[in-house]
Design a protein around this ligand. Structure first.
Ligand code: SAH
Ligand code: SF4
Length: 353
């Protein structure tokens, strides 16, 4: 089988070049081209002898997604990409360039981990179509490499600084490829993105959270909570029927104990369902003592669900109640609404063909 080099980590490069009968330093050279430069064409690996390049063409491949559509909004600060994979499946990736006067520019990629998703959360456009397949680690990191290529065309030689796994799919249902992708992205021989600048968002896969706690990767964990009581969460996030809030919060406490990292709880606000003061009280009670951040996201409209966002004044009231109860709370600024790139709106159905 032809080996996809984007899915291999450094130790696998060393094994692989050894099998080819090549000296070990070739591993570092090729790894750099693939994982730092994002190069997908062996002929561009100019420090390799021609003969070796030809051999690589025959015995290896580099799976690079093709840009099928590119949509921009927020005065060019948000770019949504529709990417076609080798088997013609499509995923969506969002590149966000925030200009801040106080901190240095942050360039964030919202990356996908699966084609579709099997979790079926009530308000999510990705979940509505079911799961097609997991992405490989090469397909996951490839989204960031493609974004870096786009950035290279702009002036200022900027690169992606932050990655959030909040695109299509449930990262912890594609655990191995996601963790491998995070290690590849943070490898100093590659893009060297600090794990602290990587966020994994999960709807609450309890065994995955516990495993992640043991990886020794100081990433940020975000939990898509959305409801502070089981009956409502069973409805909004059906995986709650399998892993209850009690089990989820226990896994979160374990994660904090093991990693000493803060957890972010995402809470999508839906008018009349989870935006009342009693919900704010229950939410504050739930995250008490956890050093948590709560991120409120007024729900984005999707085509089918009929769920509405609360009025801004209600969103602010909910946030104030939480703050009074001692919770660190922020309201997420929605970006990309005009091009359906906001949270939960990524769904590639009629693409590619
Ligand atoms: N599967 C993972 C990551 C992808 S979803 C997860 O569920 O956490 C990223 C975030 O967008 C999650 O918090 C999700 O609940 C939220 N989201 C999904 N649909 C949304 C919508 N229509 N409006 C606002 N947020 C939504
Ligand atoms: Fe899947 Fe996340 Fe959407 Fe739920 S919110 S269906 S877990 S992508």
């Amino acid at each position: 089988m032809v080996q996809d080099l984007r899915s291999l980590d450094f130790s696998e490069y060393v094994d692989w070049v050894t099998r080819l009968g090549q000296p070990k330093y070739r591993a570092a050279q090729i790894f750099r081209w693939v994982h730092r430069e994002g190069v997908a064409d062996f002929q561009r690996m100019t420090d390799l002898p021609l003969e070796l390049r030809q051999r690589l063409v025959a015995e290896a491949s580099i799976s690079a997604p093709k840009i099928r559509k590119l949509l921009q909004s927020d005065a060019g600060q948000t770019t949504k990409l529709l990417l076609e994979l080798d088997d013609h499946q499509c995923i969506e990736t969002v590149l966000m360039q925030y200009q801040r006067s106080t901190t240095r520019d942050r360039i964030t990629v919202c990356a996908s981990t699966q084609v579709g998703c099997s979790m079926g959360c009530r308000f999510c456009a990705t979940g509505a179509g079911g799961l097609v397949r997991n992405l490989t680690s090469g397909e996951i990191v490839g989204q960031i490499y493609t974004c870096n290529h786009l950035l290279a065309r702009q002036k200022g030689s900027k690169k992606v600084t932050n990655v959030v796994f909040m695109g299509m799919g449930e990262p912890l249902m594609n655990y191995r490829a996601t963790v491998k992708a995070m290690r590849l992205l943070s490898d100093p021989r590659g893009l060297h993105i600090s794990p602290r600048r990587i966020t994994v968002s999960t709807c609450g896969i309890v065994p995955g959270i516990k495993k992640l706690a043991q990886e020794g990767l100081p990433i940020t964990l975000a939990i898509s909570l959305h409801a502070p009581e089981d009956s409502l969460r069973d409805f909004l996030v059906p995986i709650n029927q399998r892993y209850s809030l009690r089990q989820l919060m226990e896994a979160c406490r374990y994660y904090v104990e093991m990693t000493n990292r803060r957890i972010t709880f995402e809470y999508t606000l839906i008018r009349g369902l989870n935006d009342g003061p009693e919900m704010a009280f229950k939410l504050a009670e739930l995250v008490k003592g956890l050093l948590a951040n709560v991120n409120l996201i007024p729900v984005n409209a999707t085509e089918s669900d009929g769920l509405l966002a609360p009025e801004p004044v209600q969103v602010n009231r909910f946030a104030e109640t939480l703050a009074r109860l001692g919770v660190n709370v922020t309201i997420r600024e929605s970006r990309g609404g005009a091009i359906a790139a906001a949270c939960g709106q990524l769904r590639a159905t009629s693409c590619c063909h």
